[in-house]
Design a protein around this ligand. Structure first.
Ligand code: C2E
Ligand code: MG
Ligand code: MG
Ligand code: MG
Length: 292
């Protein structure tokens, strides 16, 4: 039934109740059950060197394979998981599973294609007193070196809280890198960069969309291009790496390269895929490199 409901099997999750609090309580219960039942899975999207097309990392993205509703998008359940607190055990599972899978790939293919690997982390997880210990345990149990792990965080007022900054500095001191996700969409990107021990900024997709139409294109495209240029210059000046997100065609790759970007992510470079498909991609890349 879910298959007929639209492209790519996505369905809108509705708990079928009127009051948000009640709906949340039901969804929270469903999420707990789903976690115990093993209904969550990870897909991996390649992070690519724009100069030669090589995979140099992966972002882990969670999916919920609901037995009746089909594939549920994280946009549907992450906000509810955050409100109900379920994001803490779910995020812990995502972290452990990412480290386990990436360490297995590193053992097979080496660390070269796995320079930046990691999950998204909600601010709510950073408030969990066990978070740093969980990260340490996930690294120790998997054997993944700390300097491979990149935790993606979105800009948010909460990130500036004293307690959260302390956690971020502890992670930084362990060698774990932090990426500012969806960079440029928050309200305080610049001031945040000073307080926050970030290693990577991910230029938000909204600045990449239609960027290829700049110059002879619209004023809006020119403005996006100006932001993209400013972000990469700022990152260079601060010694941060950049990743351009949401690249959907070769013209965008060419334009971003002219602006100074060397690393990107997007459907044009590779869609999120299951672990088996990513294994095949890494194996093919290794064959090509040995053949060359
Ligand atoms: P994000 O971290 O910014 O992830 C990028 C999203 O953009 C992913 O959607 C990805 O599939 C999509 N995307 C990548 N390239 C393209 C492209 O070229 N075109 C278009 N149209 N989309 C592209 P996804 O997987 O649905 O994830 C949405 C958001 O949900 C993520 O945004 C992240 O904020 C959140 N999320 C996903 N997994 C987790 C998780 O395990 N924990 C937490 N806390 N949040 C997660
Ligand atoms: Mg992300
Ligand atoms: Mg992002
Ligand atoms: Mg995003």
């Amino acid at each position: 039934a879910a298959k007929q409901r639209g492209k790519a099997n996505w369905v809108r999750y509705t708990a079928g109740m009127e009051k948000p609090a009640q709906a949340d309580a039901q969804l929270g219960g469903d999420l707990r059950r789903a976690l115990d039942a093993g209904e969550f899975t990870l897909v991996y999207q390649p992070i690519v060197d724009l100069r030669d097309g090589r995979t140099i990392g992966v972002e882990a993205l969670v999916r919920w394979l609901h037995p009746e509703r089909g594939m549920v998008s994280p946009a549907e359940f992450i906000p509810a998981a955050e409100r109900t607190g379920l994001i803490v055990p779910l995020g812990r599972w995502v972290l452990r599973e990412t480290c386990r899978q990436v360490a297995a790939w590193a053992a097979e293919f080496g660390l070269e294609p796995l320079q930046k690997v990691g999950p998204n982390v909600s601010v709510r997880q950073l408030h969990d007193p066990d978070f740093v210990a969980d990260v340490r345990a996930a690294l120790a149990d998997s054997g993944l070196p700390a300097d491979r792990l990149v935790l993606e965080l979105t800009e948010s007022a909460v990130l500036r809280g004293h307690q959260v900054l302390k956690v971020l500095h502890e992670l930084h001191d362990m060698g774990v890198r932090l990426a500012l996700d969806d960079f440029g969409t928050g309200e305080s990107s610049l001031s945040l960069l000073r307080a926050f021990p970030a290693a990577i900024v991910k230029l938000d997709k909204s600045f990449v969309d239609n960027i290829e139409l700049g110059e002879e294109g619209s004023a809006a495209a020119n403005a996006r291009q100006a932001v993209a240029r400013a972000v990469v210059q700022l990152a260079d000046a601060l010694g941060l790496d950049t990743v351009a997100e949401g690249i959907e065609n070769q013209e965008q790759v060419d334009r971003l390269r002219k602006l100074g970007y060397t690393v990107g992510q997007g459907y044009h470079l590779g869609r999120p895929m299951d672990a088996a498909a990513m294994t095949a991609r890494l194996a093919a890349q290794q064959r090509d490199l040995t053949a060359a």
